[in-house]
Design a binder for this molecule. Structure first.
Ligand code: BGC
Length: 376
């Protein structure tokens, strides 16, 4: 079966390293502890061994006995128009139905339309309609306390995805026994990988050989930690390697291809040949940057370098053909599967940690063909 083959393949590429807060993006100080305290009957002190066994058996029966097809899952994605979140959303739906046996009519997936108010209404509707669990890609990570409070009051667990809440909030879920968790990927890792892809070039990214790597930074939505960390850690990988850098432009492109194209086009007309490297916080914006670079008559990997994050099929093809320098695979298979598994764990009363991180994978011409085969 296609999906299963893909899943196995992805697990092999990424080593499927799932970890809790140990490598946590923005949550390095978060203890890896269990959020669902009330779902651990076996932990209760018992006076007689017999009694303890009975408690454990009851918990196991509860897990096995749950009819997955009846579970109602409410999902809200920050914006359907996002390329990466579209791949993520489709995988989430597929995995919930095909692998976990949730009925498709019991899964509701809403478009947050990049509007926190709209998303809040969707969440309140899920509460009113008695959904069993929610998977939420927040429009604004800063809305998490309100969302968690309302869901917790209604007794509905929440799996946050993609936009990470504050580390102290993740800790608060543990401390207060709130059924909430975050599933994502450590954006520091993706930023570092982008920088390393430049440092590993023969000229370390110094396309014009003048001793300084001058770059432009096309940022995602700066409220999003993915944008903050990728911006910081991509450059840090260069400076850590002793490369002298100069930032020519840093602008928000809100993860959007058209904005990526506009920002890069303006930067190229302002700074021309001085630009050695274009860093984009995601692939959609890198595709826009590539259009601008080509329109300006520049040639990637000859007189300018270009890196993104996500590993969209089109971008990996460009890496294979040498039209882009590199990207970083943002493993939406691993993230979607973990998010769905943890949602079901909550429903079944199993223990759930507060943070789960899925590893990124560097994509360069060396492994682009291999990665393409798996994601296509
Ligand atoms: C992805 C972006 C996406 C963003 C949405 C990031 O992890 O790399 O492509 O637009 O998430 O929040």
């Amino acid at each position: 079966m296609r999906l299963t083959k893909k899943m196995i393949a992805m697990a092999l590429i990424s080593g499927m390293v799932l970890s809790t807060a140990a490598c946590g993006g923005g949550s390095s100080t978060t203890e890896t502890t269990t959020a669902a305290t009330e779902a651990a009957p076996a932990k209760e002190e018992t006076t007689a061994a017999g009694e303890a066994e009975t408690t454990a058996e009851t918990a196991a029966e509860a897990v096995e006995g749950k009819d997955m097809s009846e579970v109602k899952v409410g999902i809200s994605i920050y914006q359907f128009a996002d390329n990466f979140m579209t791949l993520y959303r489709e995988e989430l739906q597929k995995y919930l139905t095909e692998e976990l046996g949730v009925k498709s009519e019991n899964i509701s997936i809403m478009d947050g339309k990049n509007d926190q108010g709209e998303q809040m209404n969707q969440i309140r509707n899920f509460i009113t309609q008695g959904y069993d669990v929610m998977i939420i890609n927040l429009v604004q990570a800063s809305s998490e306390p309100t969302v968690t409070e309302e869901c917790n009051a209604a007794g509905i667990p929440v799996v946050y995805i993609n936009r990470e809440p504050e580390a102290d909030r993740e800790q608060a879920w543990v401390d207060e026994g709130i059924k909430a968790t975050y599933v994502g990927a450590d954006a520091r890792q993706s930023g570092t990988y982008q920088g390393e892809e430049i440092v590993e070039l023969e000229n370390k990214g110094d396309a014009d050989g003048d001793g300084v790597v001058r770059y432009i930074m096309v940022q995602g939505d700066p409220e999003n930690v993915d944008a903050q960390y990728r911006t910081e850690f991509s450059v840090k990988a260069l400076t850590d390697a002793g490369v002298e850098v100069e930032e020519l432009v840093k602008m928000r492109g809100d993860w959007d291809q058209t904005k990526g194209q506009e920002i890069t086009a303006n930067a190229l007309s302002q700074h021309g040949d001085k630009i050695d490297v274009v860093f984009c916080n995601n692939d959609a914006m890198a595709l826009g940057a590539l259009q601008a670079i080509e329109a300006a008559g520049r040639k990637v990997n000859e007189d300018i370098y270009l890196v993104g994050v996500d590993a969209l099929v089109e971008v990996v093809e460009h890496v294979t053909n040498g039209n882009m320098t590199g990207t970083v695979f943002n493993d939406y298979f691993g993230q979607a599967h973990t998010a769905a598994d943890k949602a079901m764990d909550f429903v079944n009363g199993a223990d759930v940690d507060n943070v789960y991180m899925v590893d990124y994978v560097k994509v360069t011409p060396d492994n682009a063909a291999e990665i393409l085969e798996k994601i296509k």
